[in-house]
Design a protein around this ligand. Structure first.
Ligand SMILES: O=C(NCCCCc1cc2ccncc2s1)c1cc(-c2ccc(F)cc2)cc(O)c1O
Ligand SMILES: [Mg+2]
Length: 214
């Protein structure tokens, strides 16, 4: 049967990228998505904004909601200090299987824990299951209708602390109006918008960075 797009993306990584070299994995995926097939990775333009937010924060404990093929997982993990840990949640088992292999090709398995399942099921179990107190950084890139309920769930589960940074992808396209309204009007967040473009296209999109004030 015909291969899937994530399978073809992984094949391009193995063909073009060097094992143990995260930057070459990132470049290989961007090349594949620009020249072969579009895929919903955060991409190189928004990815540079993601890089600068992570580099400035130097987080120890990171949560990513929505792994897909592991592109942003690799982007974030390559910048983390030794001993830092990234937990990434993926609902789709086929995506998770590809992401594990992309992460392994980049040589970043030791920093990353990929968990299969739904955010609403796993967020309440983070503390007891992973021994997590609070997260320093959360990257939201999963179902757009789950950004707001999962943010409230993280608040209720005590997973956010004063200064925790939430960075949300796709706040314009596909768009997350209820989430934006919440983080921009809530007295518990300091929020700002980084204007950019939908990955590999000219359409407007952007990232919203929101600092939890406690
Ligand atoms: O849906 C998107 N991303 C979420 C995939 C949902 C995967 C999930 C992960 C997970 C983990 C835990 N719990 C529950 C879930 S659900 C997405 C879509 C577009 C797009 C933009 C324009 C288009 F024309 C067509 C697609 C662009 C993007 O950057 C995206 O991120
Ligand atoms: Mg996205």
């Amino acid at each position: 049967t015909r291969s899937t797009r994530p399978q073809r993306l992984l094949k391009a990584v193995r063909k073009r990228a060097t094992q143990g070299d995260p930057q070459s994995v990132i470049s290989a995926i961007d090349h594949f998505c620009r020249h072969s097939e579009w895929a919903m990775n955060v991409g190189d333009e928004k990815g540079s904004i993601l890089d600068s937010v992570v580099s400035e924060l130097n987080p120890e404990k990171v949560l990513e909601l929505g792994t897909y093929c592991g592109y942003s997982t690799v982007r974030i993990a390559r910048l983390l200090p030794p001993g830092a840990r990234l937990i990434t949640l993926e609902f789709n088992a086929d995506y998770a299987a590809i992401a594990r292999q992309v992460i392994a090709w980049a040589g970043l398995e030791d920093k990353i824990q990929l968990v299969e399942g739904a955010s609403e099921d796993w967020i309440p179990r983070m503390k007891e299951h992973f021994g997590i107190e609070t997260f320093d950084f959360v990257f939201l890139d999963h179902w757009k209708h789950r950004y707001l309920p999962d943010t409230k769930l993280m608040e209720d589960c005590g997973l956010l602390r004063k200064g925790t940074v939430l960075l949300a992808d796709n706040v314009i396209c596909p768009g997350v109006p209820d989430y934006l309204e919440y983080v921009r009007n809530s007295l518990s967040y300091k929020s700002c918008y980084f204007k950019s473009h939908l990955e590999y296209t000219k359409a407007e999109d952007g990232l919203e960075k929101s600092v939890f004030l406690g």
